[in-house]
Ligand binder design. Sequence first.
Ligand code: PEP
Ligand code: MG
Length: 600
Amino acid sequence: MAGDGHMGQGSISPTAMMRGVGASPGLAMGPAFLVDRRRVKTPKRHIADEEVENEIARFDAALASSHEQLERVKRKLSEREGEDHFHIIEAHQLILHDEHMVDPTRRRIREEKVNAEWALRRTVEEIKTVFDAIEEDYFRERRSDIDFVGDRILRNLLGVDVGTAMPPPGAVIVAHDLSPADTAHLHRASAVAFVTDVGGKTSHSAILARAFEIPSVVGLENVTEHVGNGDMLIVDGLRGEVLIRPTQVQIDDYRQRATRHQTFVRELLKNRDLPAETTDGARVRLYANVELTEEVPSALEHGAEGIGLYRTEFLFLDRTDLPKEEEHYLHARGVLKRLHPFPATFRTFDLGGDKVVPFAALGDEANPALGLRSIRLCLRERKLFKTQLRGLLRASVHGRMRLMFPMISGVGELREAKEVLEEARAELTREGIAFDTKLPVGIMVEMPAAVMVADLLAKECDFLSVGTNDLIQYALAIDRVNEHVSYLYHPLHPAILRMVRYVVDAGHAAGVRVGMCGEMAGEPMFGLVLLGLGLDELSMNSTAIPVVKSVLRGTTLQQAKELAERALSMSTAQEIEAMVQETMSKLYPEELLTAAGEMT
Ligand code: PEP
Ligand code: MG
């Protein structure tokens, strides 16, 4: 922690500044609200016949305790807050006693002879699956309430501490870690910012915070030890800083910066319906990266012309069982209908690596990033793969779908993946089930090997999308989840720029479109270089879309090409970065170049 020398009202609570990773841009101020949302593990145990009644009684007692705790929260709220939050708690009480929560859990204990915790977990998963398939926002938002209530009952069963209070509106949430469900729930409770000890820019919660436009700083290591409930905090998601117990001067400065930033973002959004087009008429498609269906409205509000990367694996990370074909179908259909007439690019499962799931028992891999992940896992677990493909194919008639395979290393693997797709198509045809026979099938280029054979790959697929997160990891040999080598992460490294150029040229020579969907695509500082390299599509977090669009609309293709050529003629990442930064800061206001957060 960096004390900044200012002392607050007394020496007991000095002003301090902590620096982490700006995970979601924007500024906010509010009183700290500490939450302990560390995930509790769900134990699984088979029980004997004579234990059944006792297990049901434990479940009933946990329901009663949960109800009582929520009553206490309600009493507190009615003294303090308005109606809004009262309703949320009442909704939680209804869920708690709902027959869909209670009956299946009791039945599982009785029939499957499992402990209450496990029975409850299965019930919660089942309810969430049903909610996922519903196309109205209202119901899908209830998904996080189900999680919240399920977690409360589980904690009561386990005797783990349950936070009884709801954050007051306007609070800054301080936590060791937050699950995506917590993030969604706390967003509904009108939290204004998130700060956490752990986490990275690409964590699921960070991605959601960006989608909800809640400023967030993660990876602060021990912020929970330095902040007390009620301490005033200023969260600067642009710079990745948190000011603890700020001075009046700092508060005044924050207010000015926050107002400036809000006005700036509002102004930027005015370009929502304008094309991402340079002044000399070059057109780039700006797409959104999406992980959860909840993000689709935000993508459209920010002017996305479609989804360039739907990370389907995120839908199933918290589950104990395999998703069924029908679930894949319903999910994809929902997304396509909401997005119509824009296209949605569904990437098939990219599991393994740092995305571990209980149902794909991978064992302990010494090198998970180089292990049995992504398309390799799918080609080994063909049934799992085909189930997803069948579901997606069936949904393809409900909108404009594109299908994308991740982690393809070469033509052999692409053909193998297409073979499974072909099998799925043949099955559906035999069964008389409709699907889009012209469904575009593309691949992610995220391995140096794929770059080198991009010309061959481009001849056998309909589009290419450069995944820079992994491409940089593999090309520069830097584990993307290891913060000790993050100083080596240089998207403008000459090797990376040459690779992107090579893929673009190879794709265009074969007559296919080439996009980019790694984090690099949403960085305004790189906008001109990427345009100059010839990319047709850029897919990014929704909030970055108006920013990147402004960059593109403020230039000519010629200017962008010249910048890219100059960059390609240089020898080191540092020289290129300095040159790009200098050029960009002459052309654009600093506020625009830093609007998506610090340069990664
Ligand atoms: C990438 O690797 O660049 C990418 C977009 O995929 P993910 O971040 O999901 O690995
Ligand atoms: Mg990847």
